[in-house]
Design a protein around this ligand. Structure first.
Ligand code: ADP
Ligand code: MG
Length: 681
């Protein structure tokens, strides 16, 4: 019997040293090995005549050895030279420190060589090519897969190990998708796919193989989420919060009137909270749409029903800000809120933990620190995660596990197109705040190039002289060093000492200590700092109504969704606000992206465009969206497949909500295998 889970060390040609290297690539089993997919291919199947070879290209030649290898020494280096010939020319081949090649080549025999060729005035040379005898195709003569990271493993070695693995499973992989799915969607069977994804016979094979593997991966993910949702819906052991705990108690004392959208969302939450099904709801709303107050009102209802609430934010700054908002309203209703972030003193922390256990704290607001094991609630009933896209499913379930079946609200300011929402949050119900509070001014946005710098700086000075404050955002410190971009510190220095020497300038980045960051942020809030230079740490949630200018350096490096988030830091007060995107590069896509930002303030439109305009080679990849990691699928490239898969998944689920039918047995097994270790299905 074929055992896909057997240790990779039992695969032929894998010794103890190689096991270690394979493990570094997260390859532990035979299955891991054969599903370590290539990232690219090199066509070494079509030989060229020497006279056709262009200087600098990688080519395959078939040529005869004219003599034996000649060896020379240069210091410690061994240089091996071989002269080969085809009907059209002669090529001089050189290897370095490959003494073992000495007797490899017989005069008069034909060989294949693949490598980079140089042509200097009709003299062809190749350095260190790979080679085969003419009737072999170990390294040449076919389309060769190129694997992603290999660490110390050579491409050729890994390729041979994978070939051994493939030989072991040859034709015997159990089919993972039901027959009807394969037929209806015209997909290749698993055996053919796995073989051809590594060794396509034609380059088009690769597309066909990849299509099915992507299809399967996305379908599995989508079905798992939908099934999870169907499971929740059957669960009647959720907390029923009290009908007597009235949200209107808070609504009536707010300093503003809630928008229609906020009220609608609160109704949905109220209904969920009073029902016996556990709530699992995503609350989506553009930056500034007023999600915090919604969370606060839900938390009030939980507390008034005799439970505690936990609010988890991705940064200490944000958590502190939430505490401030909550206390500003809820203190007068006798609700006790507290803050738990990693910078609180040990003594203070002990006190908080004690009170939390006794029920003397009603609402705990904090960062990841809340997830720690020693944080124990008396009876936690509601969990809210802010900026949900920063927290994975796992963290959501860790915090939820501190309570018995709590209600959960996940808030996100990253508006995402429906297609992505379904694959990201398919297990959740979705509420959307699609309206901003009244009287918000549109943030005027301008995209400018380097030659406008002086005008931009003059404009910033003018705004500050009128009493406003400015943010200047630049890409990450670490990335800068490599990319040769301005690093925050360097830029801060230049701005401090030269450009804005008459103003108070400070900088903030992710590598600073939490305490330092908080101090600076506080000073900015208090108006003691006029220009804050920062990395994207200020992206989420920070609220400084007096700040009216957001400058983004190297804006082309950011995703649109992220630029939109950044822009949301201004326009929070009564002042007309501005966003200035400084960009470099002439690409059409870059220009279009900048134009989208200037044309609209609507996060949903922006996210749709982002998806449309983004290539797979995008600098920030999928990280900022918090998209799940896929082995082969790429949500941006494979959006077409994703849409198709979602339609199919919804149809399957409609027909068979818990995947119990015989024909769907394989699907059920697939999602169990992929996800059971992470989430309960
Ligand atoms: P976000 O959805 O980005 O988290 P916040 O909850 O931080 O937005 O709200 C942004 C600002 O708008 C806050 O200062 C908040 O007090 C205010 N706000 C929220 N709802 C309303 C409303 N209905 N009318 C006026 N201001 C509001
Ligand atoms: Mg918020």
């Amino acid at each position: 019997m074929l055992d896909l889970n057997k240790d990779v060390k039992y695969v032929k040609s894998v010794g103890p040293n190689r096991v270690k290297l394979l493990n570094k690539l997260n390859i532990y089993t035979l299955k891991d090995l054969i599903t370590y997919y290539p990232r690219d291919y090199e066509d070494r199947s079509k030989p060229k005549n020497l006279y056709e070879c262009v200087d600098g290209e990688e080519v395959l030649i078939e040529a005869m050895a004219t003599g034996r290898i000649l060896e020379m020494r240069k210091g410690k280096m061994v240089i091996s030279k071989l002269i080969v010939k085809d009907q059209t020319g002669t090529c001089y081949i050189t290897w370095f420190n490959q003494g073992y090649l000495r007797d490899k080549f017989q005069p008069g025999r034909m060989y294949r060589f693949f490598g980079k060729i140089s042509n200097k005035n009709g003299r062809f040379e190749m350095n260190s090519p790979v080679y085969d005898e003419i009737d072999q195709s170990k390294n040449t003569g076919r389309i060769i897969p190129i694997y992603p990271l290999t660490y110390e493993l050579k491409q050729g070695t890994l390729r041979r190990i994978i070939e051994s693995g493939l030989a072991e499973v040859k034709g015997n992989l159990p089919e993972t998708l039901p027959d009807y799915i394969l037929k209806e969607n015209n997909l290749w069977n698993i055996n053919l796919c796995i073989e051809r994804i590594h060794f396509p016979k034609e380059l088009s094979d690769f597309n066909k193989a990849r299509e099915r593997l992507v299809f399967e991966e996305l379908l599995t993910m989508q079905l798992a989420l939908l099934k999870l949702k169907n499971n929740y819906e059957r669960d009647t052991n959720g907390i029923q919060f009290s009908k007597d705990a009235k949200m209107s108690d808070v609504i009536n004392i707010l300093p503003f009137r809630l928008t229609k959208a906020q009220l609608r969302v609160l109704e949905e939450i109220d209904r969920d909270m009073e029902s016996n099904k556990p709530m699992n709801r995503l609350l989506q709303g553009d930056v500034g749409s007023g999600k915090t107050v919604v969370a606060m009102i839900a938390a009030y209802k939980a507390v008034k029903s005799g439970y505690q609430a936990a609010i988890m934010a991705p940064t200490a700054i944000l958590a502190s800000q939430h505490l401030e908002s909550f206390q500003g309203i809820l203190d007068e209703l006798g609700i006790r809120s507290a803050l738990l972030i990693s910078s609180v003193t040990k003594k203070k922390k002990e006190e908080i933990l004690e009170k939390l256990k006794n029920g003397e704290i009603d609402i705990l607001i904090g960062t990841h620190a809340i997830l720690e094991e020693n944080v124990v609630f008396k009876n936690l009933g509601l969990v809210v995660t802010d900026e949900q896209h920063r927290f994975g499913v796992k963290q959501r379930s860790t915090i939820a596990s501190k309570a018995k079946n709590p209600d959960v609200i996940a808030m996100s300011a990253t508006p995402i197109p429906r297609t992505l929402a379904l694959i990201l949050y398919g297990d959740l119900d979705i509420s959307i705040i699609d309206e901003l509070p009244p009287n918000r001014k549109k943030i005027e946005t301008y995209a400018v190039r380097k030659n406008m710098e002086e005008r931009v700086n003059a404009f910033i000075r003018k705004q500050i002289d009128e009493g406003r404050q400015a943010y200047i955002v630049c890409p990450l410190v670490e990335e800068n060093e490599e990319m040769g971009l301005k690093s925050v510190t360097e830029l801060a220095e230049k701005y401090q000492k030269e450009t804005f020497s008459n103003y108070k300038v400070a900088y903030l980045h992710g590598k600073m200590k939490v305490k330092e960051k908080d101090e600076i942020m506080q000073k900015f809030k208090d108006g003691e700092i006029q220009i804050l230079i920062a990395t994207t740490v200020i992206e989420v949630g920070v609220n400084v109504p007096n700040a009216s200018i957001m400058v983004v350096e190297n804006a082309e490096r950011f995703g649109l969704a992220q630029l939109h988030q950044l822009r949301g830091r201004v326009g929070r007060g009564e002042y007309q606000s501005y966003c200035i995107l400084k960009y470099e590069g002439n690409g059409e896509t870059v220009r279009q992206r900048m134009k989208v930002m200037c044309d609209t303030n609507d996060g949903f439109i922006i996210s749709e465009k982002d998806l449309e305009l983004r290539g797979s080679g995008d600098f920030f990849g999928t990280e900022q969206h918090g998209l799940p990691e896929f082995k082969i699928a790429n949500l941006f490239e494979d959006i077409g497949t994703l849409k198709k898969v979602q339609k199919i998944a919804l149809e399957i689920m409609e027909d068979d909500p818990l995947l119990e039918k015989e024909k769907n047995k394989k699907l059920n097994e697939l999602i169990k295998e992929k996800f059971s270790s992470r989430i309960e299905i």
